[in-house]
Design a binder for this molecule. Structure first.
Ligand code: PGA
Length: 248
């Protein structure tokens, strides 16, 4: 399986900036050597999909679980798909901790993505105090358990392990930390053996290859370092150079 290198632009890069990004983004990777995904702001998805010059897929960063309705400010999975998204990030820690999303809502969104034919990319991860209290496994099993059944029989899905203490902090999990957590996520996924599990949290060009070489790490979800086309190109190149068992 090739590595997934996904950028999460968060609330950055409107349509014009997305176009500028792709006018400069040209990683030296062979076609098919890495799977590149961009989670753009809703309003930038169409512009980004038009401007991209390399093989890449696009996703939104959040969806509502209803297909349509009197829900001011929300976007449905169906609308995201119509705008050119083929994936949806669900349950990112900023959604969980800033906007108060709970496990049940995350599961509803997973089901909505599946209904609309979007690939759900579901985020899980522990807070620093949970890790310090020895609750890593309990938290990850609870979070994965809330949606795992909704992924059964689904053609494609992904999970992203993003320790909350490593997001936007410059603090990265070591490849050993990532491997341990990914092992737990993988075991919590049970029969869903083919689901790629990505690592996220302060991924940079300098640590991307080592993280992607760790056991059970199928790719990366990159926030801050995905905003600059040259920096993100180096992470994509790291992904293309990594094969199971280590960098080639
Ligand atoms: P970061 O964000 O790479 O800036 O830590 C990762 C994420 O939130 O997906």
């Amino acid at each position: 399986m090739v590595k997934v290198v996904a950028g999460n632009w968060k609330m950055h890069h409107g349509p014009a900036a997305a176009e500028r990004f792709f006018s400069r983004f040209s990683p030296s990777v062979e076609v098919g050597a890495v799977r590149m995904v961009f989670f753009a702001p809703d309003l930038s998805v169409a512009a980004a999909a038009r401007a991209v010059r390399v093989p890449a897929e696009f996703g939104v960063q959040n969806i509502h679980w209803e297909a349509a309705g009197a829900l001011t400010g929300e976007t449905s999975a169906e609308m995201a798909r119509e705008a050119g998204a083929t994936l949806a990030l669900i349950g990112h820690s900023e959604r969980r901790h800033i906007f108060g999303e709970n496990d049940a809502e995350v599961n509803s969104k997973v089901r909505a993505a599946v209904r609309a034919g979007l690939v759900p990319v579901v985020c899980v991860g522990e807070l620093l105090e949970e890790r310090r209290a020895g609750r890593l496994e309990t938290v990850l099993r609870r979070q994965v358990g809330a949606f795992a059944r909704s992924l059964a029989g689904v053609p494609e899905s992904m999970v992203a392990y993003e320790p909350v203490w490593a997001i936007g902090t410059g603090e990265t999990a070591t490849p050993e930390d990532a491997a341990e957590a990914h092992g737990i996520v993988r075991s919590a996924l049970g029969d869903l053996a083919g689901v790629p599990v990505l690592y996220g949290g302060s991924v940079k060009p300098g640590n991307a290859a080592a993280l992607m070489s760790a056991p059970d790490v199928d790719g990366v979800l990159v926030g801050g370092a995905s905003l600059d086309p040259d920096v993100f190109a180096r992470i994509a190149e790291a992904g293309a150079g990594v094969r199971p068992g280590g960098p080639s």
